[in-house]
Design a binder for this molecule. Structure first.
Ligand code: TYD
Length: 212
């Protein structure tokens, strides 16, 4: 089963993914955790270029192609092989991020994004996508607070508030278009509450898979 986590930065994706992986591993599930951009040696090199403050002049289309290049490598090198042996993949961001950020956020043509995404993934789609939904203001406050305690605050964190708002609205539109794939999690709730919802949702999904 292929499960992706989506949402703007500050929603706690990586924390919840770690807890979910631990929960599944304790139950003997063969879990692979990865992130985008990155997740492979080549993808991590691409990630460094994407997040570097030096690259402020990067155009949205160059960004799109780099994200897609990282994705193509990850799908073929890591995700497909793990799914083929019956494992569970938990992925921090996938193509919904491209539609939300490069599409709704930067205004790139959605039909073009679909073609490039299809090419990069070979048509692979998640079985389940958890959308950690929270307002851009709450998200920004959390990211900034974390940065005071040593967490990175990178080039892509520094983009302006209206952009984040468009991204959140983009995610909501994507969710409405595919209600069966998405589950919305209210990420403004306290961390333990969000964590419990995430784990409940994934436990239920795997149970369904076992039964079918
Ligand atoms: P990262 O620091 O990994 O953010 P997070 O920990 O919240 O996942 O940086 C990833 C950034 O890349 C994030 O701001 C979203 C952005 N992004 C895109 O714009 N398009 C994409 O296709 C992907 C995968 C990520």
């Amino acid at each position: 089963m292929f499960i992706t986590f989506e949402g703007i930065d500050g929603g706690g994706k990586s924390t919840h993914m770690k807890a979910t992986a631990a929960f599944l591993r304790a139950r003997g599930v063969d879990v692979l955790v990865a992130r985008e951009p990155g997740g492979t040696e080549i993808g991590e090199q691409i990630r460094t270029v994407l997040l570097d403050h030096k690259n402020k002049s990067m155009t949205p289309s160059a960004e799109l192609l780099l994200f897609s290049a990282s994705r193509a490598q990850l799908v073929n090198e890591v995700i497909r092989p793990h799914l083929a042996k019956g494992g569970v993949v938990l992925l921090d961001r996938f193509y919904d991020s491209t539609f939300a950020y490069q599409g709704y956020g930067h205004g790139l043509d959605l039909a073009t994004l679909r073609i490039i995404t299809e090419f990069a993934t070979g048509g692979l789609t998640p079985d389940l996508t958890l959308f950690l939904d929270l307002s851009p203001q709450v998200a920004l406050n959390r990211r900034y607070a974390a940065s005071l305690f040593g967490e990175e605050f990178n080039r892509l964190d520094a983009v302006h508030a209206e952009f984040r708002q468009r991204v959140v609205e983009g995610y909501r539109a994507l969710m409405q278009a595919e209600p069966h794939r998405f589950v919305r999690i209210d990420a403004e709730q306290p961390l333990p509450t969000v964590q419990a919802s995430v784990i409940a949702c994934i436990a239920q999904a795997l149970q369904l898979e076992i039964e079918s």
